[in-house]
Design a binder for this molecule. Structure first.
Ligand code: ATP
Length: 235
């Protein structure tokens, strides 16, 4: 059962240089929940994730995580709060092997997942210890990128479009892994365009449009609200 809000984002604004991109994003995430940020290209989904970890030019508003305002936390200290970020471009070392990638997580704290556990979560990586990142499929690279973040001990994961350009069978495997992580108490924000995938893992969906959250739809109500959602997405 989901608990009280772990993250409370209130009126978050963000700029890249002079360009004002987020115009007051507000949403909350409860412990153990999977929420999605959905919306058209350019709506501000990636920028919202990047704002939470502090890698945009300027920010305003509040993002309270376990009572700490992330806007006051330096980007290199965010991981120590237990927040892990998997960017759309995945962030693995493509010249390093699978095991080397898993041996060098971006930051390390107590509770990091053992390599064997990562292999049982992502069986495609098992037996591939010495395969270089460049030889993995896009989906396997995504699994490795998530695995690296699990090694850090993060219990709050920000995932940017993990299904982008990935074969359907691998998408299903990533979905299964996320459901296992959720069952273990992991909290996840997922930026996603693939509604079928989003519906298979998420509890709630926040719709972004022009740098704001304009709607919230519970996963149970997704089917009933598909027309509304498709209007936002311009489908
Ligand atoms: P997509 O699915 O296309 O990535 P998104 O919802 O994640 O869409 P963002 O990537 O957050 O959208 O982009 C929001 C706006 O900010 C867009 O207008 C985009 O052009 C602009 N933008 C993104 N990155 C930068 C940057 N580094 N410098 C300037 N503007 C940027």
């Amino acid at each position: 059962m989901a608990e009280a809000a772990l993250l409370n984002v209130n009126n978050l604004e963000a700029w890249y240089g002079e360009s004002h991109v987020l115009h007051g994003v507000s949403f909350d995430v409860r412990k153990g929940e999977v929420v999605t940020l959905i919306g058209r290209n350019g709506a501000g989904k990636t920028t919202t994730l990047r704002s939470l970890i502090g890698v945009v030019g300027k920010r305003r508003g509040t993002s309270l995580f376990k009572g700490v305002d992330l806007l006051n936390v330096a980007p290199h200290k965010v991981a120590r709060l237990g927040i892990g970020y998997v960017p759309e471009e995945r962030g693995i070392f493509s010249t390093l092997s699978v095991i080397e990638n898993l041996m060098f997580p971006p930051a390390w704290q107590a509770g990091g997942m053992e390599i064997d556990e990562i292999y049982s979560l992502f069986p495609n990586l098992k037996g591939r210890d010495h395969t270089p990142g460049t030889r993995l499929s896009g989906g396997e690279q995504q699994m490795l990128a998530i695995g690296r973040i699990l090694r850090t001990g993060a219990d709050f994961i920000l995932l940017d479009e993990p299904t982008e350009g990935i074969a359907p069978v691998i998408i299903d495997e990533i979905g299964a892994a996320l459901r296992i992580l959720k069952a273990r108490g992991m909290t996840i924000i997922l930026v996603e365009q693939n509604l079928r995938f989003a519906a298979s893992v998420a509890d709630r969906h926040f719709v972004l449009d022009q740098g704001k959250v304009v709607d919230e739809i519970s996963n149970n109500a997704l089917d009933a609200n598909m027309d509304r959602l498709n209007r936002y997405l311009g489908v």
